[in-house]
Design a protein around this ligand. Structure first.
Ligand SMILES: [Zn+2]
Length: 346
């Protein structure tokens, strides 16, 4: 089935605003034609949220505790609450978060899911019948690695929290199954960065305290990095050197991290990145779309508006009270766009 939509298109991997039409056939972008249009819409690629913990949807307003007391396994607040939450409540709350992601313009996300096979299956149940590509990085319980058969890989807390022999066992099993491995590093201090790099992960999370030599090694090895800026602020972990990482050619993508700390609304992440850190609208938009797709290895399908990619698009109106009178659609989207400017999602 063919469908044609028109407006100001945030086009290609450079996110250049052009007026024109997008011809969609069976969910794929068949063609993009530049032409004059009679509508007041902006058509943008949907977001990719590069790092979440949506199991935390069961706790949305924790006290302002130090990072370790909040999230460190096994006794951090989130782990205690997750343990006493029945599976049905967990699935219901994760499902609400997934619906929230879709309504706020996200078409794919990458989640670190605790609780072994049971934890992964709860998220799979929440993802059932939804229009979002949820990548799941599960976590072992003891030596049980059965979760690997039903998800995308392993996502671990930090080399500082885990016995190195055990960690190597888990990484090796993950690789043997042909799955991906990702790990947090350098969130509260730099002590776990070198050991994380040595494990040759598919991607790293945070790098808040990455020093120049770490950035160089990560760049040389070609590991993508998910940064979670709002999360780093609320946990008072520090400010990641995002610009330096980008300048060194690292693929940096943005994630909203724990639902306990932040909403999954990528417009909020985008505005925060643009006003506290990057000051380059094109780069900020890239962190929230194309680079997330690259980090997950799905940039041939989504992440930008290009011929041949899937039509995962959001349509916004320039006539909302918020966007009325804008002159630069990309900058406005990045610095002030909101979910209520969206009038349609494909
Ligand atoms: Zn995380």
């Amino acid at each position: 089935m063919e469908r044609i939509i028109e407006g100001t298109i945030i086009y290609g991997d450079e996110f250049e605003p052009i007026d024109g039409q997008i011809i969609i056939e069976d969910g794929t972008i068949k063609n993009i034609e530049e032409c004059a249009v009679a509508t007041d819409t902006i058509i943008a690629p949907c977001f990719v949220n590069a790092h979440t913990h949506i199991g935390d949807s069961v706790i949305k307003d924790p006290p302002y505790l130090p990072l370790e007391e909040l999230v460190q396994p096994p006794h951090g607040l989130k782990h205690r609450i997750l343990q006493e939450t029945p599976k049905s409540s967990l699935v219901t709350s994760m499902k609400a978060t997934i619906e929230d992601m879709i309504k706020t313009g996200t078409c794919a996300f990458s989640d670190f899911r605790e609780g072994g096979l049971e934890g992964v299956s709860a998220l799979k149940e929440a993802l059932n019948d939804t229009e979002i590509d949820g990548k799941i990085f599960g976590r072992p319980v003891g030596k049980d690695i059965s979760y690997l058969d039903v998800c995308d890989g392993t996502g671990l807390s930090s080399t500082g929290d885990i016995d190195m022999e055990y960690l190597k066992y888990v990484v090796e099993r993950t690789r043997n199954k042909g799955k991906k491995f990702a790990i947090h590093a350098g969130e509260k201090d730099p002590s776990d960065i070198t050991s994380a790099i040595e494990l040759e992960p598919d991607h790293l999370i945070h790098l808040t305290h990455a020093e120049n030599r770490d950035i160089k090694s990560i760049s040389d090895a070609g590991f993508p990095v998910a940064v979670c800026l709002r999360s780093n602020y609320i946990t008072r972990s520090g400010i990641p050197p995002i610009k330096k990482m980008l300048d060194e050619g690292i693929i940096v993508a943005a994630g909203t991290d724990n639902v306990m700390l932040n909403s999954v609304n990528m417009f909020s992440e985008m505005e925060f990145l643009s006003k506290t850190n990057i000051y380059d609208d094109r780069q900020v938009f890239m962190l929230c779309t194309l680079n997330g797709a690259k980090l997950l290895g799905i940039d041939n399908e989504i992440g930008s508006i290009e011929k041949g990619k899937k039509a995962r698009l959001m349509i916004l109106t320039k006539k909302s009270n918020n966007l009325n009178g804008i002159r630069n659609p990309l900058s406005s989207l990045v610095r002030r766009g909101r979910p209520d400017d969206i009038i349609g999602i494909i």
